[in-house]
Every structure is written in structure tokens, then in C-alpha cells.
Design a protein around this ligand. Structure first.
Ligand code: ADP
Ligand code: MG
Length: 386
């Protein structure tokens, strides 16, 4: 499929030169929207009526964000200045208006090149980022808070690229917690199921700040049910090829989707708060994970709001859950305040005790482990879950 961007009347011979499947759009904004809608799009022809500066800016942006897409520029006059600027902006070819043979050849050449770039995309990713799933079987323990702040802590050094995935498909609140507009969500991955690649995945994530992206949960009621667990596995496999860390926020239940994330995770962060219902649920969770043969070596128990006045002591918690505690995050009213302001506390106030606790956990448990521990929970299927 080819997108033709030409605000004025489009000559019929131009359309026929571009082949059968051409989508005509009026401006570059519409071209960008068309690209977002169809991640398989691989060629944009920018007509002579589009201003050169705008066309080059558009091309430079695409080169960074969607390198597999070719941009061909048609100009009334082709001179050395246009050619040099176009090459710098990543335009594949500049063709003189009316030279339909040259345009046709340029299109063929660009499509072949895109196929080549895609071929590289789809190859087994050499980069193997770590997937970290944050889970608790009880709602309100702080999964979303910890997932977002953990991701912010991992991204803070600007050394690592990090993506948060909101797997709370029905009630996800990652977007609202960081005040991102959920224009693109996991639902948009559905048409790509079975052939998702890095270009497609890149079109799904929303950037929060440099080095920290978020894949947001669906917003339309009923959309969550349409998403198969296999798509989550596919998404995580592609995302780990693109990021150093993929931090997965989860709903408070062992859904098929959560287990799919746990299957591919390098680390399970299991949360509790220091109260008996949460600890009972954590104990059940730990037993369940053992039953499903997940390695204990990739597991960390973290107590959120650990200094809560009414709560039990760290020793009490360890005794009840029969597990060592790897992280203690204190309770602070600054946490809900930071969420209402839409800035994770780790970013807003890095010196805050909550930020320091999460950053320390990230450093000691996630950044210090050199190689991800790979594990294959073969026993899971036979352990009674269907
Ligand atoms: N350490 C903390 N101190 C104070 N409030 C917290 C802390 N962690 C989480 N909260 C608050 O608890 C509520 C539930 O947290 P949230 O992260 O949404 O939990 P979950 O995702 O597990 O349902 C939110 O209002 C959040 O601001
Ligand atoms: Mg949540």
C-alpha cells in the first residue's frame, strides 16, 4: 500500500503510476494518521504541492520512528540544494513532476528496500531486554505505583530504554497515573496478531519521556476480552527486543494474560502490604508459583507501605509469608499526591524515601544481575491450569 500526500487535485496519471492500492491524503498530518492506522504501510509519496521544508521535516522524523517506511518526494524543480537536503532528511528519492517512469522506478526501489529493512526487523532479536512482572493477588497493594516508579528508576540513568506494559486490561490506570492520553492502546495490536514486528510495536507505545515509553491498556469497555493471551506473549517478545527493561503492571488475578507474562519474565516482583488479607493472598500466590514451577531465583517479595502505623512488622510479614523480603517501600501521602499530579514520585522527588527505596530495589535486584535467568515452566500446563 502506498500513501500519496497531495493537497491539490491529484492527476489521474500519477495515481496510475503508483499502482492499484494508493491512499490519497490531503496533508502530512493525515499521512501520519494513516501510518498509525496501518503499520504495514511502507511508502509515502509526497506530491509537489506540499512545501519542501515540511516534507523534509516529516521524512527526518519518520526515519527515526519508522525506518522501514520510504519517502519519495516529487518536486516541480529538482536542483542540487533540494537533493542534498532531501538526502540529509532520509528521503529515498526525489523525482521531477511529470516524470512518471522515474517515479515508478523509485517506488519499486523503495518497496524492495522496505522489504529488506522489515526482513531485519523480523529476524530473531539479538537484544534481549529483561521482562519484569509486578504482581499481587490483592487490589490496592500498589502494583501500578510500584511498576511505574520502578520503570522510572530503571530509566533514570538514561542508560536504559524502558517500557511499561499495562496488563490490567479492563481497569488499567497507568495512563491516568502519568496523565497520558490513551490514543494508542494494546487493542491496536489486534490487527497485527501473528505478524507483529518492531515497527508495529513502536507504533503502539506512547512516549512518556525520553527512554521511558508506555503500552497502555484498552479504554473501550469490552475491548479487554478481545485480546488473546497469545498476543501478550507476542508483544512481550517483540518489546524485549526493543527495550532493556519491560515492566509489566498486572490486574489482581492470575489471568491467562498474567501467566503468559510470568512465563516470559526474568523477574517476578510480588507485592504485599503489611496487613493480614494481603499477606494471605501473597502466601497463596507464592504457593501457586511454586506449583507452576516458576523459579524462586527470579522472585522478589516487596512490602509496600511497610511502615504503615497499623501494619505488622517486617519480621511478622516474613514469618507469615515464609519468604525473605527484598524490598520495603514506606508509606507516604506524597505517593497519591504524585499520582494526582501525573508525575511518578521517583521522577518528581528522587530523594524521597519512597523513591530511594524503589531505586535501591531496582539497583540491587534488577540492575546488578548481569545475565537474565532464562527458565521454561514446562510443568505449568500439566499443573491443572487450562
Ligand atoms: N507507598 C505508598 N504510600 C502511600 N500510598 C500509596 C503507596 N503505594 C500506593 N499507594 C496508594 O494506594 C492506592 C493503590 O495503589 P495502586 O498502585 O493503584 O495499587 P494496585 O495497582 O495494586 O491496585 C493508590 O491510591 C496509591 O496512591
Ligand atoms: Mg493497578
Amino acid at each position: 500500500m502506498t500513501i500519496l500526500c497531495q493537497p491539490a487535485d491529484v492527476p489521474a496519471d500519477l495515481i496510475s503510476t503508483l499502482g492499484t492500492s494508493v491512499r490519497s491524503v490531503e496533508d502530512l498530518g493525515a499521512a501520519l494518521r494513516a501510518l498509525t492506522e496501518d503499520p504495514t504501510e511502507n511508502l509515502i509519496v509526497v506530491g509537489p504541492a506540499v512545501e519542501t521544508g515540511q516534507a523534509l521535516e516529516f521524512s527526518a522524523r519518520l526515519r527515526l520512528e519508522r525506518p522501514a517506511i520510504g519517502v519519495i518526494l516529487i518536486r516541480e524543480h529538482v536542483d542540487v540544494t533540494v537533493l542534498t537536503d532531501a538526502i540529509r532528511a532520509g528521503v529515498r528519492e526525489v523525482v521531477a513532476a511529470g516524470d512518471n517512469d522515474a517515479l515508478s522506478a523509485a517506488c519499486d526501489h523503495s518497496r524492495a528496500l522496505s522489504g529488506h529493512v522489515h526482513g531485519h526487523d523480523e529476524a530473531e532479536p539479538t537484544h534481549h531486554g529483561k521482562v519484569v512482572t509486578v504482581f499481587s493477588a490483592k487490589g490496592g497493594c500498589g502494583k501500578t505505583t510500584v511498576a511505574i516508579n520502578l520503570a522510572a528508576a530503571l530509566a533514570a540513568s538514561e542508560t536504559y530504554r524502558v517500557c511499561v506494559v499495562d496488563l490490567d486490561l479492563s481497569f488499567g490506570d497507568v495512563a491516568i497515573s502519568v496523565q497520558l492520553d490513551p490514543v494508542r492502546t494494546i487493542s491496536d495490536a489486534l490487527p497485527m496478531a501473528g505478524h507483529l514486528d518492531t515497527t508495529g510495536a513502536a507504533s503502539l507505545v506512547t512516549s512518556y519521556r525520553p527512554g521511558l515509553d508506555m503500552l497502555l491498556a484498552p479504554v473501550t469497555p469490552g475491548d479487554a476480552e478481545k485480546i488473546p493471551a497469545s498476543l501478550i506473549g507476542e508483544l512481550l517478545a517483540v518489546l524485549r527486543g526493543m527495550y532493556d527493561f519491560v515492566v509489566v503492571d498486572t490486574p489482581a488475578q492470575f489471568s491467562e494474560h498474567v501467566l503468559t507474562a510470568m512465563d516470559v519474565s526474568d523477574h517476578h516482583v510480588l507485592l504485599t502490604t503489611p496487613d493480614t488479607p494481603a499477606m494471605k493472598n501473597l502466601r497463596i500466590t507464592l504457593d501457586m508459583l511454586d506449583l507452576l514451577s516458576y523459579s524462586r531465583g527470579i522472585r522478589s517479595v516487596v512490602v509496600n507501605r511497610s511502615d504503615s502505623k497499623v501494619g505488622l512488622s517486617a519480621g511478622d510479614v516474613e514469618r507469615v509469608v515464609r519468604s525473605t523480603i527484598e524490598g520495603h517501600v514506606p508509606s507516604s501521602r506524597n505517593v497519591p499526591v504524585s499520582i494526582n499530579k501525573g508525575t511518578p514520585i521517583v521522577i518528581a522527588t528522587p530523594t524521597h524515601p519512597v523513591s530511594q527505596a524503589i531505586t535501591r530495589f531496582a539497583r540491587e535486584r534488577l540492575l546488578s544481575q548481569s545475565e537474565p535467568v532464562r527458565h521454561r515452566p514446562f510443568a505449568r500446563r500439566g499443573a491443572g491450569r487450562r
